[in-house]
Design a protein around this ligand. Structure first.
Ligand code: ADP
Ligand code: MG
Length: 216
């Protein structure tokens, strides 16, 4: 099976059952996860990516292309995360932020710079490499954050309300960039959103998590 598989995943916080989920996300497909604030969406992402806070208890299996990655450290899982806030490093240029994300396997300064420049061009930001991230608009920051995530050559994408701070035009544009990139690279994607229009545009299955009572 190509893609991301969650098998009987449960996450508890103390005695409270936060969530229970089983899902298959095929390569190139977008699974949308919706649910009220506090229902455990970000916690699920942390668990998949290997960053779960020890306050939580998780059971179940996460597979990437059939391989159980649950015992791997976060940096070996190659899960790309994208958040509502771009979280660019403020002390680095835009190009520096992108360069930082490139895997070690991309060798040589010339090749690394070429990758960064190509990513900036893909994002419609050619020539922005030397800029301080603080001088970018919200939409430009969002595009740099997306490119940074993709340059790390992830095997899956987890998007945690990535469009929620963007205005309608930019939101539509970013969706198109994210979803077409995922299809092109055959990446399984999980999208957390409160916006039904995001779910519709994603075009894949939708899972609705329970409320604070932790149903399911
Ligand atoms: P969502 O992303 O769906 O809004 P979260 O996954 O952020 O929800 O949080 C789920 C629940 O876990 C909330 O009740 C939140 O307060 C709690 N929580 C989040 N992070 C921690 C943590 N590090 N330690 C203890 N409780 C946490
Ligand atoms: Mg959250």
């Amino acid at each position: 099976m190509h893609g991301l598989t969650l098998e009987q995943v449960t996450i508890r916080l103390g005695r409270r059952m936060l969530l229970a989920i089983t899902a298959d996300v095929a390569a190139g497909e977008v699974l949308t996860v919706m649910g009220p604030s506090g229902s455990g969406k970000s916690t699920l992402f942390n668990w998949i990516a290997g960053f779960l806070d020890p306050a939580f208890n998780a059971t179940g299996t996460v597979r990437l292309d059939g391989e159980d990655i649950g015992a791997k450290p976060a940096h070996q899982r190659r899960i790309g995360l994208l958040f509502q806030d771009a979280l660019l490093f403020p002390h680095m240029s835009v190009a520096g932020n992108l360069m930082f994300a490139l895997p070690q396997s991309v060798r040589g300064r010339v090749e690394r710079q070429a990758r960064v420049e190509a990513a900036l061009a893909d994002a419609g930001l050619a020539g922005f490499g030397a800029r301080d991230p603080d001088t970018l608009s919200g939409g430009q920051k969002a595009r740099v954050a997306l490119m940074r995530t993709l340059l790390a050559e992830p095997r899956a994408l987890l998007l945690d309300e990535p469009f929620s701070k963007l205005d309608a035009d930019l939101r539509a544009q970013m969706r198109e960039v994210v979803f077409s990139t995922a299809r092109r690279h055959a990446l399984p994607v999980v999208l957390v959103t409160h916006d039904e229009a995001d779910a519709l545009a994603a075009g894949g299955p939708v899972i609705r998590l329970g409320g604070s009572e932790g149903s399911m």
